[in-house]
Design a binder for this molecule. Structure first.
Ligand SMILES: *[C@@H]1O[C@H](CO)[C@@H](O)[C@H](O)[C@H]1NC(C)=O
Ligand SMILES: *[C@@H]1O[C@H](CO)[C@@H](O)[C@H](O)[C@H]1NC(C)=O
Ligand SMILES: *[C@@H]1O[C@H](CO)[C@@H](O)[C@H](O)[C@H]1NC(C)=O
Ligand SMILES: *[C@@H]1O[C@H](CO)[C@@H](O)[C@H](O)[C@H]1NC(C)=O
Length: 530
């Protein structure tokens, strides 16, 4: 299909002239037509091709088949159609899946290939992919292609799709420290992420407010740092469940343990870890960031991150490094003395660098890669060349596009989040502001742009808990999902609005309480109340 750019655009225009589909995010190449095939749930099946590397017993796909069967047809049993109706339209009774490489038991990674080809025509109803992760993306697309006539028959149109993501890191951040999110909220979010082809769950586990991660080497951290050590914690079992649930949906879990700032909740469980702040010549009784001048701090970090490195199997950990407040460090006479012996003068950024560099050495010794917030780069910490920098500040010290330019010019990889803070809300269709962002709109050559590996939508938890998480996330996060998956040229807001409106209705049909985009109604809602 490559080399058919023009005929493709014409077909695309034609498809939209008829009716905007619910496909979200929009695929790279698609051809559809009015020809369609009936699908009867009573005999329809997902089937492994004989030469597929994945075969029955492949957990990732076996479970996906079950999920999509339930999503599409409900779990109730279906009767064969009346013979008269069956004769009219050609029928498809299976989707045949061919996966080239084995890998059902593996974890998705930053390098995972997610390409797939989906062909539904007179001869085929076929999904081809190199990996099981690509097959998952293709199954989602397949599920979005199926429609139902007013009489209740399922159909799928003649379609050819060749699809792959524009960016390989497409993440969503949830903050489980400001408010605890029950396990079910996290698992439900992973489901909707998969509908949107998101592939990274950035789990901002702990912060100043609470420490819900249950550490087995330092149980006091959770006991004294969580909102409630019985009800508001993530046990080892919970964490395992999240990782496996995500894996089955082709989603990586990127765990963040943010230091040296944002750590107040760590203090009670490990006395001596945080810096005592001074008022004049006496400790004021309050505490600041992690104390960077004590050997015990680094011994603690070595032990703690050894645990974290084994609990979270993804190659990458997120080490935070944002918003370190120097006021407390500055007030502390021991820290002042340490600064003098190190020759840091009055430059607390150097002290911060000293801490971060030591931490990075600890974590890389465990064979992990890392992501850090942009301050680590801004404050000129010497980082290994494979560090990933996450850009979150919109205008300071520079505009976020300029920041991407600087990071990639330094040869480092970058993730964009600055324009995608979903916790910021405004009246009206604010999904548009998220949608119109173009991550590569900065000065630099192709090599530099290739260093932007993707981005993340962030849902910080100050004003969000399980009561309002879902409607605040969806469908707004979907705007970010399409920007990170679809071709750069997919920018038409009117078409996006039509498709997103339908996608939102499909989310409602799937049981997701996604908020409305504008005045109107969903047919599904109408059906339910009728
Ligand atoms: C699918 O086919 C139906 C019936 O022929 C047609 O109304 C609809 O516009 C088609 N959809 C697409 C996306 O081609
Ligand atoms: C996936 O698609 C991209 C974009 O067309 C292409 O560069 C890459 O080679 C494809 N990978 C595989 C394994 O097909
Ligand atoms: C901290 O560790 C360094 C390096 O191992 C050592 O030189 C120093 O004496 C230690 N300081 C204390 C107070 O133990
Ligand atoms: C994808 O975007 C590029 C650059 O904007 C454009 O040249 C290409 O034609 C687009 N491909 C499709 C299939 O629209």
């Amino acid at each position: 299909m490559a080399g058919c750019g023009l005929c493709f655009s014409l077909l695309l225009a034609a498809a939209f002239a008829r009716q905007a589909q619910a496909l979200w995010p929009w695929p790279q190449y698609i051809q559809t037509s009015d020809s369609h095939y009936a699908i009867f749930p009573y005999n329809f099946q997902f089937q492994y091709h004989v030469s597929s590397a994945a075969q029955p017993g492949c957990s990732v796909l076996d479970e996906a088949f079950q999920r999509y069967r339930d999503l599409l047809f409900g779990s109730s049993s279906w009767q064969p159609p009346e013979p008269t109706r069956k004769q009219h339209t050609p029928e498809k009774n299976s989707l045949v899946i061919l996966v080239v490489l084995p890998g059902c038991d593996q974890l998705p990674s930053l390098e995972s290939v997610e390409n797939y080809t989906l062909v539904i025509n007179d001869d085929h109803c076929f999904l081809l992919s190199e990996t099981v992760w690509g097959a998952l993306r293709g199954l989602e697309t397949f599920s979005q292609l199926i429609w139902r006539s007013p009489e209740g028959t399922f159909f799928i149109n003649k379609t050819e799709i060749e699809d792959f993501p524009r960016f390989s890191h497409r993440g969503l951040l949830l903050d489980t420290s400001r408010h605890y999110l029950p396990l079910t909220s996290i698992l439900d979010t992973l489901d909707v992420m998969a509908y949107n082809k998101f592939n990274v769950f950035h789990w901002h586990l702990v912060d100043d407010s609470s420490f819900p991660y249950e550490s087995f080497t330092f149980p006091e951290l959770t006991r004294k740092g969580s909102y409630n050590p019985v009800t508001h914690v993530y046990t080892a079992q919970d964490v395992k469940e999240v990782i496996e649930y995500a894996r089955l949906r082709g989603i990586r879990v990127l765990a963040e343990f943010d230091t040296p700032g944002h750590t107040l909740s760590w203090g009670p469980g490990f006395p001596g870890l945080l810096t005592p702040c001074y008022s004049g010549s006496r400790p004021s009784g309050t505490f600041g960031p992690v104390n960077p001048i004590l050997n015990t701090t680094y011994e603690f970090m070595s032990t703690f991150f050894l645990e974290v490195s084994s609990v979270f199997p993804d190659f990458y950990l997120h080490l935070g490094g944002d918003e370190v407040d120097f006021t407390c460090w500055r007030s502390n006479p021991d820290i002042q003395a340490f600064m003098k012996t190190k020759g840091f003068g009055n430059d607390f950024k150097q002290l911060e660098s000293f801490y971060i560099q030591t931490l990075l050495n600890i974590v890389s010794a465990y064979g992990k890669g890392y992501v850090v917030w942009q301050e680590v780069f801004d404050n000129k910490v010497k980082v290994p060349p494979d560090t990933i920098i996450q850009v979150w500040r919109e205008e300071v010290p520079v505009n976020y596009l300029k920041e991407l330019e600087l990071i990639t010019r330094a040869g480092l990889r970058a993730l964009l989040s600055a324009p995608w803070y979903l916790n910021h809300i405004t009246y009206g269709p604010d999904w548009r502001d998220l949608y119109v962002v173009e991550p590569l709109e900065f000065e630099g050559g192709a090599q530099q742009k290739a260093l932007v590996i993707g981005g993340e939508a962030c849902m910080w938890g100050e004003y969000v808990d399980s009561t309002n998480l879902v409607p605040r996330l969806w469908p707004r996060a979907a705007a970010v999902a399409e920007r990170l998956w679809s071709n750069k040229s997919v920018t038409n807001l009117d078409l996006a609005f039509k498709r997103l409106t339908r996608f939102r209705c499909e989310l409602l049909r799937r049981g997701v309480q996604a908020q409305p985009l504008n005045i109107g109604y969903c047919e599904q809602e109408f059906e339910q109340t009728a």
